[in-house]
Design a protein around this ligand. Structure first.
Ligand code: FAD
Length: 470
């Protein structure tokens, strides 16, 4: 096919569940491409000599090659091409903010629509599952040094994946009853079905990775005990950022105030939580959008979001904003809560202020400034502040760790070794709340460092590591 013909193919659109049906359940909203649609979309790729899409991908997936294999109907080979760099293709293809990563860097996006790289990756990953293919490459014979992994999120899963493939017996310690970190207790199932996480989990277990749920490191066992009493030779700490940031308003502990990731964790762990008719969500990122869409699905009728900037500044992905608006959630731009009003300890109204955009920083992001006297009131049965998350430091209790002023762990950016030589860390606990793909990348980097540490080799020699902390 000539380049001109490829250019003439429009970006293929996935089928989606109708709004009236989907807001009543947690079924996956976006369907996978069928074979012919996937091939048509793959034909849009220009196979650039300098594939900028790869640079845009935090884990450097070989995008042109897997698309070329897909195009030739070599689906299994295409999947294993992705697996060379990614431990979680079925997850990343669904949740990565592609427009800011690979698709944002796609040459075709300069004059039209980027190639739907995420959907093509998903097609290959789902094809493997549908056809019942083995997702695990061969495992190595067990070595005599053991690694403890704290946290079963994408960073911990990836570290375990790579270390297990090197033959290092790994045990993942997870404080919650569920496995997968924010993939299971944050991101709702209508975006990431739990069967996908379970399939990855089974693949890990097949390679001998042990998982101990309901073990809180720092309480039930300390990091030092893992080393001194349980015989682990190195530890990877991938505890994420699970502490919801507060608004800092009076009465923030009253009934009807539920903080973003706490709310999602409760729903995702199976609690039946109907928040009432009117729900206000505060924030402009994916967490805020997930809270709003989840509230709709658990029975609230009038859900809206307060965001203190404009749509242009919203950090959430465009697809998420589109789905949110389709589902009838209103976004009140340039507005922020200023006071919570309750009766008998229960929230009744949220007092808000209008904002306007003031000075902009070097990146073009403008500071919201209060419009004095612009107070207005919203009736609310519940408010969900979803403005960010911090690292919970339970895991490092009793261990002298160096942390930044934001509370994230200080690590060597090339090796992810902490100030305690046998402890490594990566993912949200180092980067702050970020993305699954960045956690996957750091899990992989840490695994390589841990391997070298256990072998007594140089942690840095001959390595090229992306600094995601920039
Ligand atoms: C609602 C929501 C939506 C998101 N949407 C997206 C998206 O669309 N795309 C995207 O790329 N990213 C998204 N993210 C971000 C992404 O999920 C995270 O960046 C990623 O999961 C971080 O991986 P991690 O392994 O570092 O930590 P986590 O996934 O947070 O996993 C950490 C694990 O450590 C466990 N843990 C914590 N403390 C202890 C302890 N003391 N002992 C034992 N275990 C412990 C936790 O229970 C958790 O299971 C979203 C996050 C949230 C909250």
């Amino acid at each position: 096919m000539k380049a001109k013909e490829r250019m003439a193919i429009p970006r293929q659109q996935p089928q989606e569940l109708g709004v009236a049906f989907r807001i009543k359940n947690f079924e996956e909203v976006t369907a996978c491409f069928d074979e012919e649609t996937a091939i048509r979309e793959a034909n849009r790729c220009l196979q650039c000599k300098k594939p900028t899409c790869r640079q845009g991908c935090p884990i450097n997936n070989n995008i042109p090659e897997f698309i070329a294999l897909l195009r030739d109907r070599k689906f299994e080979e295409g999947y294993w091409k992705i697996r060379e760099t990614s431990s979680l293709p079925a997850v990343c293809s669904r949740v990565c903010p592609h427009e800011f990563q690979c698709e944002g860097a796609c040459v075709r996006g300069k004059k039209g629509d980027a190639v739907a790289i995420g959907m093509l990756e998903r097609f290959l990953a789902d094809w493997m599952v549908t056809k019942g293919k083995n997702l695990m490459s061969s495992c190595a014979l067990p070595k005599d040094k053991m690694v403890a992994i704290i946290g079963s999120g994408p960073a911990g899963m990836t570290a375990a994946f790579h270390l297990a493939h090197e033959g290092y017996p790994c045990t993942i310690f997870e404080s919650l009853p569920a496995f997968g970190g924010m993939l299971s207790v944050g991101i709702p199932a209508y975006r990431l079905p739990r069967a996908i996480i379970n399939a990855e989990f089974d693949a890990l277990k097949n390679c001998g990775v042990q998982v101990e749920n309901n073990v809180v490191i720092g309480k039930d066992l300390t990091l030092q005990q893992l080393k001194d009493e349980k015989g682990f030779d190195a530890v990877f700490v991938g505890v994420g950022a699970h502490k919801s940031r507060k608004l800092g308003l009076d009465n923030e502990d009253m009934k009807g105030v539920l903080h973003g990731v706490d709310y999602l964790r409760r729903v995702n762990l199976g609690e039946n939580l109907n928040l009432g008719h009117n729900v206000v969500v505060v924030g402009g990122g994916n967490v805020a959008i997930d809270c709003a869409r989840t509230a709709l699905r658990t029975g609230s009728q009038n859900v809206f979001i307060l965001y203190r900037r404009t749509k242009k500044e919203m950090p959430a992905s465009m697809a998420e904003i589109h789905h949110l608006e389709e589902e009838g959630v209103t976004i009140e731009f340039l507005a922020a809560p200023v006071q919570l009003h309750g009766e008998n300890g229960t929230l009744k109204r949220v007092e808000c202020l209008r904002m306007e955009l003031g000075e902009c920083d070097a990146s073009g992001r403008c500071r919201p400034v209060v419009v004095e006297g612009s107070n207005f009131m919203i009736e609310a049965d519940a408010i969900i502040p979803a403005i960010s998350q911090d690292v919970d430091h339970t895991a490092d209790s009793g261990t002298e760790f160096e942390v930044t002023r934001w509370g994230t762990y200080i690590v060597d950016p090339e090796t992810l070794q902490t100030s305690v030589p046998w402890i490594f860390s990566g993912g949200d606990s180092v980067l702050g709340p970020q993305t699954a793909a960045k956690a996957v990348y750091q899990g992989k980097v840490a695994a390589e460092s841990i391997k070298r540490f256990l072998e007594g080799a140089s942690l840095k020699e001959g390595r090229e590591v992306r600094d995601l902390m920039e």
